[in-house]
Design a protein around this ligand. Structure first.
Ligand SMILES: Cc1cc2ncn([C@H]3O[C@H](COP(=O)(O)O)[C@@H](O)[C@H]3O)c2cc1C
Ligand SMILES: O=C(O)c1cccnc1
Length: 349
Protein backbone atom coordinates (compact mmCIF):
# COMPACT_ATOMS: atom_id res chain seq x y z
CA UNK A 1 0.00 0.00 0.00
CA UNK A 2 1.22 3.46 -0.81
CA UNK A 3 0.20 6.54 1.11
CA UNK A 4 0.63 9.98 -0.30
CA UNK A 5 1.09 12.12 2.81
CA UNK A 6 1.86 15.71 2.04
CA UNK A 7 4.36 17.42 4.31
CA UNK A 8 2.43 20.25 5.92
CA UNK A 9 2.99 23.63 4.27
CA UNK A 10 4.52 26.29 6.47
CA UNK A 11 2.87 29.05 4.41
CA UNK A 12 0.36 29.90 7.16
CA UNK A 13 2.70 29.48 10.15
CA UNK A 14 3.34 33.18 10.68
CA UNK A 15 -0.34 34.08 10.34
CA UNK A 16 -1.42 31.36 12.80
CA UNK A 17 1.23 32.45 15.33
CA UNK A 18 0.21 36.04 14.94
CA UNK A 19 -3.47 35.16 15.49
CA UNK A 20 -2.58 33.25 18.67
CA UNK A 21 -0.40 36.18 19.79
CA UNK A 22 -3.17 38.71 19.16
CA UNK A 23 -5.56 37.17 21.70
CA UNK A 24 -6.35 39.06 24.91
CA UNK A 25 -3.84 37.31 27.16
CA UNK A 26 -0.18 37.64 27.96
CA UNK A 27 1.96 36.11 25.23
CA UNK A 28 2.21 32.34 25.64
CA UNK A 29 -0.10 32.33 28.68
CA UNK A 30 -2.26 29.49 27.36
CA UNK A 31 0.79 27.24 27.34
CA UNK A 32 0.28 23.88 25.66
CA UNK A 33 -3.16 24.92 24.39
CA UNK A 34 -1.32 27.30 22.08
CA UNK A 35 0.85 24.52 20.71
CA UNK A 36 -2.21 22.34 20.10
CA UNK A 37 -4.14 25.17 18.40
CA UNK A 38 -1.13 25.89 16.18
CA UNK A 39 -0.83 22.23 15.22
CA UNK A 40 -4.51 21.83 14.32
CA UNK A 41 -4.63 25.08 12.35
CA UNK A 42 -1.54 23.92 10.48
CA UNK A 43 -2.99 20.48 9.70
CA UNK A 44 -6.18 22.07 8.39
CA UNK A 45 -4.30 24.96 6.72
CA UNK A 46 -6.72 27.55 8.07
CA UNK A 47 -6.90 30.26 10.71
CA UNK A 48 -10.34 28.96 11.76
CA UNK A 49 -9.93 25.23 12.35
CA UNK A 50 -12.96 23.07 13.20
CA UNK A 51 -13.24 19.65 14.79
CA UNK A 52 -16.00 17.78 12.96
CA UNK A 53 -17.62 14.50 14.03
CA UNK A 54 -14.80 13.36 16.29
CA UNK A 55 -14.55 9.58 16.16
CA UNK A 56 -12.61 7.07 18.20
CA UNK A 57 -12.06 3.66 16.64
CA UNK A 58 -11.30 0.83 19.06
CA UNK A 59 -9.49 -1.90 17.14
CA UNK A 60 -9.66 -5.25 18.95
CA UNK A 61 -7.69 -8.40 18.21
CA UNK A 62 -6.08 -11.37 19.87
CA UNK A 63 -2.49 -12.42 20.14
CA UNK A 64 -1.38 -16.05 19.80
CA UNK A 65 1.19 -15.64 22.55
CA UNK A 66 -1.53 -14.71 25.05
CA UNK A 67 -2.87 -18.30 25.12
CA UNK A 68 0.32 -19.32 26.93
CA UNK A 69 -0.06 -16.90 29.83
CA UNK A 70 3.65 -16.03 29.64
CA UNK A 71 3.31 -12.31 28.94
CA UNK A 72 -0.18 -11.43 30.14
CA UNK A 73 -1.83 -11.23 33.55
CA UNK A 74 -5.40 -11.64 32.23
CA UNK A 75 -6.66 -14.49 30.04
CA UNK A 76 -7.18 -14.09 26.31
CA UNK A 77 -11.00 -14.28 26.66
CA UNK A 78 -10.93 -10.82 28.23
CA UNK A 79 -10.51 -9.38 24.72
CA UNK A 80 -13.91 -10.60 23.49
CA UNK A 81 -15.53 -10.07 26.88
CA UNK A 82 -14.41 -6.43 26.89
CA UNK A 83 -15.69 -6.05 23.33
CA UNK A 84 -19.13 -7.20 24.56
CA UNK A 85 -18.76 -4.62 27.32
CA UNK A 86 -17.93 -1.91 24.72
CA UNK A 87 -21.02 -2.89 22.74
CA UNK A 88 -23.27 -2.64 25.77
CA UNK A 89 -21.78 0.68 26.83
CA UNK A 90 -20.17 -0.26 30.13
CA UNK A 91 -16.44 0.27 29.57
CA UNK A 92 -14.31 3.29 30.45
CA UNK A 93 -14.14 4.32 26.80
CA UNK A 94 -17.95 4.33 26.54
CA UNK A 95 -18.30 6.56 29.57
CA UNK A 96 -15.69 9.11 28.48
CA UNK A 97 -16.67 9.12 24.79
CA UNK A 98 -20.33 9.69 25.73
CA UNK A 99 -19.39 12.43 28.15
CA UNK A 100 -17.60 14.32 25.38
CA UNK A 101 -19.93 13.50 22.45
CA UNK A 102 -17.35 11.46 20.59
CA UNK A 103 -18.54 8.80 18.13
CA UNK A 104 -17.29 5.38 19.03
CA UNK A 105 -16.63 2.55 16.58
CA UNK A 106 -15.79 -0.92 17.81
CA UNK A 107 -13.88 -3.12 15.39
CA UNK A 108 -13.16 -6.84 15.34
CA UNK A 109 -9.77 -6.78 13.65
CA UNK A 110 -9.05 -10.41 14.60
CA UNK A 111 -10.54 -11.54 17.88
CA UNK A 112 -10.40 -15.23 18.78
CA UNK A 113 -14.17 -15.46 19.11
CA UNK A 114 -17.06 -16.01 16.75
CA UNK A 115 -19.55 -13.21 17.38
CA UNK A 116 -21.98 -14.39 14.70
CA UNK A 117 -24.21 -11.52 13.61
CA UNK A 118 -23.95 -8.84 16.23
CA UNK A 119 -25.13 -5.27 16.09
CA UNK A 120 -22.62 -2.47 16.39
CA UNK A 121 -19.46 -4.49 15.76
CA UNK A 122 -17.52 -3.60 12.61
CA UNK A 123 -16.04 -6.68 11.00
CA UNK A 124 -12.51 -6.32 9.63
CA UNK A 125 -11.47 -9.71 10.98
CA UNK A 126 -8.30 -11.13 9.51
CA UNK A 127 -8.17 -14.35 11.56
CA UNK A 128 -9.00 -15.73 15.00
CA UNK A 129 -6.00 -13.97 16.49
CA UNK A 130 -2.37 -13.96 15.37
CA UNK A 131 0.00 -16.92 15.62
CA UNK A 132 2.30 -17.31 18.60
CA UNK A 133 5.49 -15.42 17.69
CA UNK A 134 7.53 -17.70 19.94
CA UNK A 135 7.02 -20.31 17.20
CA UNK A 136 6.50 -18.44 13.93
CA UNK A 137 5.71 -14.98 12.61
CA UNK A 138 2.56 -13.45 14.11
CA UNK A 139 1.05 -13.00 10.64
CA UNK A 140 1.54 -14.27 7.16
CA UNK A 141 2.45 -11.64 4.61
CA UNK A 142 -1.01 -11.66 2.98
CA UNK A 143 -2.68 -11.29 6.37
CA UNK A 144 -0.57 -8.27 7.16
CA UNK A 145 -1.35 -6.74 3.75
CA UNK A 146 -5.06 -7.41 4.23
CA UNK A 147 -5.00 -5.81 7.68
CA UNK A 148 -3.35 -2.72 6.22
CA UNK A 149 -6.00 -2.44 3.51
CA UNK A 150 -8.88 -2.85 5.99
CA UNK A 151 -7.56 -0.24 8.45
CA UNK A 152 -7.16 2.32 5.68
CA UNK A 153 -10.61 1.58 4.25
CA UNK A 154 -12.24 2.04 7.62
CA UNK A 155 -10.68 5.45 8.17
CA UNK A 156 -11.66 6.45 4.63
CA UNK A 157 -15.29 5.56 5.43
CA UNK A 158 -15.23 7.67 8.59
CA UNK A 159 -13.79 10.59 6.65
CA UNK A 160 -16.49 10.14 3.97
CA UNK A 161 -19.13 10.53 6.68
CA UNK A 162 -17.78 13.95 7.60
CA UNK A 163 -15.21 13.33 10.32
CA UNK A 164 -11.96 15.30 10.29
CA UNK A 165 -10.58 14.10 13.62
CA UNK A 166 -10.02 10.44 14.41
CA UNK A 167 -8.68 8.70 17.51
CA UNK A 168 -7.05 5.29 17.61
CA UNK A 169 -7.76 3.02 20.58
CA UNK A 170 -7.36 -0.72 21.02
CA UNK A 171 -8.19 -3.83 23.00
CA UNK A 172 -6.16 -7.02 22.81
CA UNK A 173 -4.80 -9.06 25.67
CA UNK A 174 -1.03 -9.34 25.18
CA UNK A 175 -0.66 -6.28 22.99
CA UNK A 176 1.75 -4.42 25.28
CA UNK A 177 4.20 -7.21 24.36
CA UNK A 178 3.79 -6.73 20.60
CA UNK A 179 4.23 -3.01 21.19
CA UNK A 180 7.39 -3.51 23.25
CA UNK A 181 8.89 -5.79 20.59
CA UNK A 182 8.14 -3.31 17.81
CA UNK A 183 9.56 -0.49 19.91
CA UNK A 184 12.74 -2.40 20.71
CA UNK A 185 13.36 -3.09 17.00
CA UNK A 186 12.45 0.34 15.62
CA UNK A 187 14.02 2.47 18.35
CA UNK A 188 16.98 0.13 18.83
CA UNK A 189 16.38 0.09 22.58
CA UNK A 190 16.94 -3.01 24.72
CA UNK A 191 13.72 -4.99 25.19
CA UNK A 192 14.17 -4.66 28.98
CA UNK A 193 13.60 -0.92 28.67
CA UNK A 194 10.55 -1.37 26.43
CA UNK A 195 8.62 -3.91 28.51
CA UNK A 196 6.31 -2.72 31.25
CA UNK A 197 3.71 -4.12 33.62
CA UNK A 198 0.89 -4.02 31.07
CA UNK A 199 -2.35 -4.83 32.86
CA UNK A 200 -0.51 -5.10 36.17
CA UNK A 201 2.17 -7.78 36.09
CA UNK A 202 3.84 -8.33 39.47
CA UNK A 203 7.62 -8.63 39.63
CA UNK A 204 7.61 -12.37 38.93
CA UNK A 205 5.24 -12.00 35.98
CA UNK A 206 7.31 -9.10 34.64
CA UNK A 207 10.45 -11.22 34.80
CA UNK A 208 8.71 -14.02 32.87
CA UNK A 209 7.38 -11.48 30.34
CA UNK A 210 10.88 -10.12 29.72
CA UNK A 211 12.41 -13.62 29.53
CA UNK A 212 9.77 -14.69 27.01
CA UNK A 213 10.21 -11.60 24.83
CA UNK A 214 14.00 -12.08 24.84
CA UNK A 215 13.35 -15.60 23.49
CA UNK A 216 11.03 -14.15 20.84
CA UNK A 217 13.79 -11.80 19.69
CA UNK A 218 16.27 -14.67 19.57
CA UNK A 219 13.84 -16.71 17.47
CA UNK A 220 13.46 -13.83 15.00
CA UNK A 221 17.04 -12.54 15.12
CA UNK A 222 17.20 -12.41 11.30
CA UNK A 223 14.32 -10.00 10.94
CA UNK A 224 15.15 -6.91 8.90
CA UNK A 225 14.84 -4.12 11.45
CA UNK A 226 14.75 -1.51 8.69
CA UNK A 227 11.62 -3.03 7.16
CA UNK A 228 8.56 -1.87 9.15
CA UNK A 229 6.19 -4.22 7.33
CA UNK A 230 8.33 -7.23 8.17
CA UNK A 231 8.41 -6.10 11.81
CA UNK A 232 4.64 -5.72 11.83
CA UNK A 233 4.21 -9.16 10.32
CA UNK A 234 6.64 -10.77 12.77
CA UNK A 235 5.67 -9.12 16.05
CA UNK A 236 2.47 -7.23 15.42
CA UNK A 237 -1.17 -7.73 16.07
CA UNK A 238 -4.03 -7.25 13.64
CA UNK A 239 -5.28 -4.28 15.68
CA UNK A 240 -1.82 -2.64 15.58
CA UNK A 241 -1.55 -3.20 11.82
CA UNK A 242 -5.01 -1.71 11.20
CA UNK A 243 -4.28 1.25 13.46
CA UNK A 244 -1.01 1.80 11.61
CA UNK A 245 -2.57 1.96 8.14
CA UNK A 246 -5.58 3.85 9.49
CA UNK A 247 -3.22 6.52 10.79
CA UNK A 248 -1.38 6.73 7.47
CA UNK A 249 -4.69 7.04 5.62
CA UNK A 250 -5.91 9.71 8.07
CA UNK A 251 -2.76 11.74 7.41
CA UNK A 252 -3.20 11.32 3.66
CA UNK A 253 -6.73 12.71 4.06
CA UNK A 254 -5.50 15.65 6.15
CA UNK A 255 -7.35 14.51 9.27
CA UNK A 256 -6.21 15.22 12.83
CA UNK A 257 -4.93 11.96 14.33
CA UNK A 258 -5.39 11.42 18.06
CA UNK A 259 -3.00 8.90 19.58
CA UNK A 260 -3.77 7.11 22.85
CA UNK A 261 -1.23 5.32 25.08
CA UNK A 262 1.55 2.80 24.65
CA UNK A 263 -0.06 0.53 22.05
CA UNK A 264 -1.58 3.29 19.94
CA UNK A 265 1.83 5.01 20.04
CA UNK A 266 3.50 1.77 18.91
CA UNK A 267 1.16 1.77 15.90
CA UNK A 268 2.21 5.28 14.90
CA UNK A 269 5.83 4.36 15.62
CA UNK A 270 5.53 1.77 12.85
CA UNK A 271 3.56 4.23 10.68
CA UNK A 272 6.22 6.92 10.99
CA UNK A 273 8.89 4.47 9.90
CA UNK A 274 6.80 3.89 6.77
CA UNK A 275 6.18 7.61 6.23
CA UNK A 276 7.65 10.17 8.63
CA UNK A 277 5.13 12.85 7.62
CA UNK A 278 2.36 11.07 9.55
CA UNK A 279 3.67 12.63 12.76
CA UNK A 280 2.81 16.13 11.52
CA UNK A 281 -0.87 15.15 11.71
CA UNK A 282 -0.77 13.52 15.14
CA UNK A 283 -1.59 14.73 18.62
CA UNK A 284 -0.36 12.48 21.42
CA UNK A 285 -3.15 12.80 23.94
CA UNK A 286 -1.52 11.38 27.04
CA UNK A 287 1.59 9.98 28.61
CA UNK A 288 0.86 6.44 29.71
CA UNK A 289 2.25 4.91 32.88
CA UNK A 290 3.43 1.90 30.88
CA UNK A 291 7.20 1.89 31.40
CA UNK A 292 8.33 2.06 27.77
CA UNK A 293 6.11 4.97 26.78
CA UNK A 294 8.52 7.70 27.96
CA UNK A 295 11.36 6.50 25.73
CA UNK A 296 9.01 5.84 22.83
CA UNK A 297 7.72 9.42 22.98
CA UNK A 298 11.27 10.72 23.25
CA UNK A 299 12.28 8.71 20.19
CA UNK A 300 9.52 10.37 18.15
CA UNK A 301 10.31 13.76 19.78
CA UNK A 302 6.70 14.35 20.75
CA UNK A 303 5.10 15.74 23.87
CA UNK A 304 1.71 14.49 24.96
CA UNK A 305 -1.19 16.70 26.01
CA UNK A 306 -1.48 15.39 29.58
CA UNK A 307 -0.29 12.87 32.12
CA UNK A 308 -2.91 11.50 34.50
CA UNK A 309 -1.00 8.32 35.31
CA UNK A 310 -3.46 6.37 33.16
CA UNK A 311 -2.48 2.97 31.70
CA UNK A 312 -5.65 1.56 30.26
CA UNK A 313 -5.80 1.78 26.48
CA UNK A 314 -9.17 1.49 24.67
CA UNK A 315 -8.70 5.09 23.49
CA UNK A 316 -9.51 6.28 27.01
CA UNK A 317 -6.69 8.87 27.07
CA UNK A 318 -8.02 10.34 23.83
CA UNK A 319 -11.57 10.65 25.14
CA UNK A 320 -10.49 12.18 28.46
CA UNK A 321 -8.18 14.72 26.83
CA UNK A 322 -10.65 15.69 24.12
CA UNK A 323 -12.10 18.73 25.98
CA UNK A 324 -8.56 20.12 26.23
CA UNK A 325 -8.14 19.79 22.48
CA UNK A 326 -11.55 21.41 22.03
CA UNK A 327 -10.46 24.27 24.30
CA UNK A 328 -7.42 24.87 22.09
CA UNK A 329 -9.56 25.20 18.96
CA UNK A 330 -12.15 27.31 20.78
CA UNK A 331 -9.76 29.93 22.11
CA UNK A 332 -8.31 30.35 18.64
CA UNK A 333 -11.75 30.84 17.09
CA UNK A 334 -13.67 32.61 19.82
CA UNK A 335 -11.37 34.71 22.00
CA UNK A 336 -11.27 38.42 21.31
CA UNK A 337 -8.10 40.02 20.07
CA UNK A 338 -6.48 43.05 21.74
CA UNK A 339 -7.77 45.09 18.84
CA UNK A 340 -11.39 43.82 18.75
CA UNK A 341 -11.78 44.08 22.54
CA UNK A 342 -9.89 47.36 22.71
CA UNK A 343 -7.50 46.08 25.34
CA UNK A 344 -4.08 47.69 25.50
CA UNK A 345 -1.34 45.36 24.43
CA UNK A 346 2.05 45.02 26.09
CA UNK A 347 3.96 48.26 26.47
CA UNK A 348 6.78 48.21 23.97
CA UNK A 349 10.18 49.03 25.49
C1 LIG B 1 -10.40 -5.77 32.03
C2 LIG B 1 -9.43 -5.11 31.06
C3 LIG B 1 -9.84 -4.01 30.30
C4 LIG B 1 -8.94 -3.40 29.44
N1 LIG B 1 -9.07 -2.36 28.61
C5 LIG B 1 -7.93 -2.17 28.01
N2 LIG B 1 -7.02 -3.05 28.39
C6 LIG B 1 -5.62 -3.02 27.97
O1 LIG B 1 -4.85 -4.13 28.38
C7 LIG B 1 -4.37 -4.94 27.35
C8 LIG B 1 -2.89 -4.93 27.24
O2 LIG B 1 -2.24 -5.39 28.37
P1 LIG B 1 -1.43 -6.77 28.41
O3 LIG B 1 -0.42 -6.72 27.33
O4 LIG B 1 -0.84 -6.80 29.79
O5 LIG B 1 -2.45 -7.88 28.20
C9 LIG B 1 -5.00 -4.39 26.09
O6 LIG B 1 -6.12 -5.11 25.80
C10 LIG B 1 -5.29 -2.95 26.48
O7 LIG B 1 -6.12 -2.25 25.71
C11 LIG B 1 -7.62 -3.85 29.31
C12 LIG B 1 -7.21 -4.97 30.05
C13 LIG B 1 -8.11 -5.60 30.93
C14 LIG B 1 -7.65 -6.79 31.73
O1 LIG C 1 -0.81 2.79 27.59
C1 LIG C 1 -1.62 1.94 27.21
O2 LIG C 1 -2.29 2.10 26.18
C2 LIG C 1 -1.79 0.66 27.98
C3 LIG C 1 -0.97 0.34 29.01
C4 LIG C 1 -1.14 -0.85 29.69
C5 LIG C 1 -2.14 -1.71 29.31
N1 LIG C 1 -2.94 -1.39 28.30
C6 LIG C 1 -2.78 -0.22 27.63
Amino acid sequence: MKFNIKPISSALDTAIKSKIGSKTKPLGALGKLETIAFKIARIQQTLIPQLQHPTIIVFAADHGIAKEGLVNSYPQEVTFQMVMNFLSGGAAINVFANQNNINLKIVDAGINYDFGKIEGLIDTKIAMGTENYLLTTAMREQQCDKALVKGAELVQSIFDRGSNVVGFGEMGIGNTSSSALLMSMICNISIVDCVGNGTGANSEQLELKIKTLVQVLEKHSHVDTTNPLELLQTFGGFEIAQMCSGMLKAAELGMVILVDGFISSAAILVAQSINKNVLDYAIFTHHSDEQGHTKMLEFMKVEPVMNLGMRLGEGSGIAVSYPIIGAAVNFLNKMASFESAQVSNKVKP
